[in-house]
Ligand binder design. Structure first.
Ligand code: UTP
Length: 293
């Protein structure tokens, strides 16, 4: 079944990027010339997604404004030939897809945010793109498109994974996997933020997931983590792995973590180097700069 709907959970507090995210949602932090969340919506659209629900909360109104028309700017720029590119760039986000918004009224974790999308999704498979993870695959299939293709072939939930350095696994989750086909694996178990002796493999989920609608019932059945006192989405995905099955795809592409300072800088440097307008000048600048380091 073709995947047409996506959720972007963007209701986290973004504490790791404070104070930048105090009054600007972290999803609106800039990468070269666009806020991070625009890259994410563009990725979903490039993969054939038509309807996108962005989960927000108080203080994230800038996200809604970004995907709306700005009549003042548009009226000011319309018809000015020398500013046509700028006009097109500001109109584009409003026309990318059918974008809907829903507020998560309490910050009760990712599983709760996703569960709120139940009536929007109905009874079909759907994509989840975490609002602080930007993934790019220049010249290739968008990362979420790679996951959708695996879902459409096997009819099972798919998580996008990469091997992370062993010393970092405890910041992510760890997956128990066995090979299936190419870069696709069967996933039998996941441990959230494992201690050293709990590590199952260095594969961790990095911000892209495709789920069957059964996940909503499984979220309801998942006991809250005793320490965090919230339902971990990974625990719900374990229930899925043990019932309907779950696949893990070692995706092609690069993921930038916009939820931490180093990730933001890597995204800006690497995507500036690929940028049509400033790429060459930025490369020359970086070469000169590195000689001084
Ligand atoms: P994170 O845990 O990475 O985001 O959640 P956070 O809570 O904003 O991060 P810190 O630790 O405070 O810096 C992963 C994704 O889930 C969303 C976040 O917006 C992010 O896209 N999320 C998280 C929600 O939508 N609601 C929540 O209650 C928690």
């Amino acid at each position: 079944m073709k995947i047409k709907k996506a959720i972007i959970p963007a209701a986290g507090l973004g504490t790791r990027v404070l104070p930048a995210s105090k009054s600007i949602p972290k999803e609106m932090l800039n990468i070269v010339d666009r806020p991070a969340i625009q890259y994410i919506v563009e990725e979903a659209v490039a993969a054939g997604i038509e309807d996108i629900l962005i989960i927000t909360n108080r203080g994230k109104g800038a996200i809604e404004d970004h995907f709306d028309h700005s009549f003042e700017l548009e009226t000011n720029l319309r018809g000015n030939e020398s500013k046509k590119d700028i006009y097109d760039a500001i109109v584009r986000p409003a026309n990318l897809a059918n974008i809907y918004f829903l507020r998560q009224k309490e910050t009760k974790g990712l599983a709760d945010a996703i569960h709120r999308a139940r009536s929007f999704i109905g009874n079909e498979p759907f994509a989840i793109l975490y609002g602080d993870d930007v993934t790019v695959n220049p010249g290739g299939t968008p990362v979420i498109g790679q996951l959708c293709a695996a879902y459409e072939k096997y009819g099972k939930g798919v998580v996008g994974v990469k091997a992370v350095p062993r010393k970092d696994v405890s910041k992510y989750c760890s997956l128990d996997v066995t090979p299936l086909e190419g870069n696709l694996m069967n996933c039998r178990n996941i441990i959230e933020k494992p201690t050293e002796d709990q590590i199952l493999s260095c594969y961790a989920i990095l911000g892209r997931v495709v789920m069957p609608p059964e996940i909503f019932d499984l979220i309801e059945q998942t006991p809250p983590d005793p320490k965090a006192k919230e339902v971990y989405f990974t625990d719900s995905m374990v229930l899925l792995a043990k019932s309907k099955g779950l696949l893990a795809l070692d995706f092609e592409g690069t993921r930038y973590d916009m939820g931490n300072k180093l990730g933001i800088m890597k995204a800006n440097v690497e995507l500036a180097l690929q940028h049509d307008e400033i790429g060459d000048d930025f490369k020359a600048y970086l070469k000169t700069l590195t000689q001084t380091l």
